[in-house]
Design a protein around this ligand. Structure first.
Ligand SMILES: [Zn+2]
Ligand SMILES: [Zn+2]
Length: 206
């Protein structure tokens, strides 16, 4: 999902897949209820989850494909033009900024003017019931909470689960530590060609 952050169509599909996978975690735990000597710990987790906005959103979100309309009111794409000689007084300290439709991929906005300078594209995806909270952060939060409950389930069964968390990290997965690197894209324009710096492999969806 983070991989597709700048490609709206595959992003929506992978968000739908995340929602479905995340919801199946608690569903699976419930169907395995018989395996546990007691299930109070799970009921307690469920009542805690009811007070958590991210998990509440997960519970109410549609299972299947995420529609554009659901993202539209709370999502945005900000483009910054940095160091453009054609925009005097708009140097790095006060770059020229504009908002654009997030429903076009970042490639769509590239290959613009020919003066040598840089662009920065920042994505903010959000949905209803999230109070403007950024989706990647919400999903990382959900992942961590589900990881906790699955871990607790294993503890109750006397099983061991490998942890990928690094010491001092707030996230269970090291790749979710720095979310900005998925949200912000930097490009460089040299001799009329705009190049996406650190573009992920196979990032464009045809
Ligand atoms: Zn520019
Ligand atoms: Zn693209």
């Amino acid at each position: 999902m983070a991989h597709w952050y700048h490609e709206p169509e595959p992003f929506r599909y992978s968000l739908g897949a995340f929602i479905q996978a995340a919801r199946s975690v608690t569903f699976m735990l419930q169907t395995e209820k018989a395996a546990f000597a007691e299930f109070n710990w799970y009921d307690e987790w469920v009542s805690r989850a009811k007070g958590d906005p991210a998990l509440q959103w997960l519970n109410s979100a549609r299972r299947d494909f995420v529609h554009r309309q659901a993202l539209e009111p709370n999502s945005w794409l900000r483009m910054r033009c940095i160091g453009n000689p054609n925009l005097p007084g708009r140097r790095d300290k006060h770059p020229f900024e504009m908002m654009a439709s997030p429903f076009q991929c970042t490639h769509y906005y590239m290959y613009g003017p020919s003066t040598d300078h840089r662009h920065e594209f920042t994505r903010h995806w959000s949905m209803e019931d999230l109070n403007g909270r950024e989706l990647l952060e919400v999903c990382a939060d959900i992942y961590d909470q589900l990881d906790d409950v699955v871990r607790e389930a294993h503890d109750h069964l006397g099983a061991h689960m490998v942890s990928h968390a690094q010491a001092g990290s707030i996230r269970r997965l090291p790749c979710m530590e720095d979310l900005k690197r998925y949200r912000v894209v930097r490009t460089s324009i040299r001799r009329g060609k705009e190049v996406w710096l650190n573009e992920p492999k196979k990032s464009h969806h045809d």
